[in-house]
Ligand binder design. Structure first.
Ligand code: PLP
Length: 415
């Protein structure tokens, strides 16, 4: 099995994922199309976690004994790999967190407290995940800042026609998704970075979805803060990344207080370690941080260009086939502006019933508001169904999704 557009050997890729080699709990092949929620793990990631626990587990940055040194070096090796992946200038700019949600809360809280004054503006987009809305609302309430939104065009892209009206002297933070987890819309950070830097603000990119599909280069793209989760890039859950430009990490106060983040603790006050330790209070997700490295290497070995070409083929095929299902409506921009996510509704079918019926054919998709209530309100919907693709998905699985949709229509007596 290989794809026409690229040299990717899908049989070899799939063979690396043990979960795809076994039947699901009902004995059927696994047709996993919920990569937007979380991606499956290649054997090398699983092996790495087992290796840490079975061969040299210790806390990180605590012990001078051999195990402790191996753990410290391994965590630092992941930091270096993340730095290479996103083009950061130094590994001190890479902070480990528990995931995108914590990374965004960290930036909102720390950078927000550091910079925001009453009347200042935080600019988001209408298609953000709740993780890139709620922390900003919370800090806005504490500081008197105001949250505003970049609107969407009728074809589900960012409407930047009035950029000077959106990004003004009051704008201190622009926080945008790299790729919508519902519409699949890809966002070019560069024009936003240029505009917000001109008024002295910063650009935050929530790369939770985009990191799986496309290259980010924080320096070339002018990104001040970038966040992602290990579990969405074929890595472990429980570990995430916050990239912050060194000068920002140095300037802002810490998020959590506790062990490891201090330089000196006195009875009445404390001083902070330099970044990244300043933002890594307490025990890290040790094995998870170490096993993030082989996950990123898996992506780097395949290369974003090949991943994108293959996923684009799947997106084109899925869009063509699903568009022919009577009553089915897809939400998202033209295929040149989106990543491999197809979100839809089927007339006469509740999204939950539809997801349930697709599962009867072994197809795993997500239904609901996908943590984007404001976007769903804008679409005039309470819920949708989402098929989200990863690099191991195949053209045959797109056929199986289509067949399952026809089956669901029959079961719901829609045809
Ligand atoms: N941002 C986007 C665009 C997402 O899709 C998600 C998760 O689905 C998140 C943030 C939150 O990620 P996590 O739950 O890993 O913190």
């Amino acid at each position: 099995m290989s794809t026409a557009a690229t040299s990717l050997d899908l049989t070899a890729i799939r063979a690396q994922f043990p979960i795809l080699q076994q039947p699901d709990p009902r004995g059927r092949p696994v047709i996993y199309l919920d990569n937007g929620a979380s991606a499956q793990k290649p054997q090398r990631v699983i092996d790495k976690e087992i290796e840490v626990y079975s061969r040299h587990y210790a806390n990180a940055y605590r012990g001078v004994y051999e195990f402790g040194q191996i753990v410290d070096d391994s965590v630092e090796a992941t930091r270096q790999t993340v730095r290479d992946l996103i083009g950061a200038e130094s590994q001190e700019e890479i902070v480990f967190t528990s995931g995108t949600t914590m990374s965004l809360n960290l930036v909102a809280s720390c950078w927000g407290r550091h910079t925001l004054k009453p009347g200042d503006e935080i600019l988001l987009t209408e298609m953000e995940h709740h993780a890139n809305i709620v922390p900003w609302q919370m800090i806005a309430e504490q500081t008197g800042a105001v949250v505003r939104y970049i609107p969407l065009t009728s074809d589900y892209r960012l409407d930047l026609s009035d950029l000077p009206g959106l990004i003004t002297e009051r704008t201190k933070i622009v926080a945008v998704t790299g790729m919508s987890n519902v519409l699949g819309t890809l966002v070019d950070p560069r024009p936003l970075a240029d505009a917000v830097h001109q008024v002295g603000g910063v650009l935050v990119v929530d790369a939770a979805q985009s990191i799986l599909h496309q290259q980010h280069h924080v320096v070339n793209d002018g990104i001040d803060f970038l966040t992602f989760s290990g579990h969405k890039i074929y890595g472990p859950s429980g570990v995430g990344v916050l990239y912050g430009k060194r000068e920002h990490l140095e300037a802002m106060p810490p998020f959590l207080g506790g062990g490891h983040m201090i330089e000196r603790v006195f009875p009445d006050h404390s001083t902070w370690s330099p970044p990244p330790a300043k933002f890594e209070a307490g025990t890290l997700p040790i094995a998870q941080a170490i096993a993030l490295k082989p996950a990123i290497e898996f992506v780097q070995e395949l290369g974003y260009a090949s991943i994108q070409a293959h996923e684009h083929d799947l997106l084109v095929k899925a869009t063509e086939q699903l568009s022919e299902v009577p009553g089915l409506k897809i939400y998202g921009p033209g295929l040149d502006h989106k990543g491999a996510i197809v979100t839809f509704t089927l007339e006469g079918a509740h999204p939950q019933d539809l997801a349930f019926l697709l599962n009867k054919k072994g197809v795993c998709v997500r239904h609901g508001h996908h943590c984007t209530m404001p976007l769903h309100d804008k679409l005039g919907l309470t819920a949708t169904v989402r098929a989200s693709f990863g690099v191991y998905n195949t053209a045959e699985e797109v056929d199986q999704l289509t067949d399952a949709l026809h089956y669901a229509r029959k079961r719901l007596r829609l045809s």
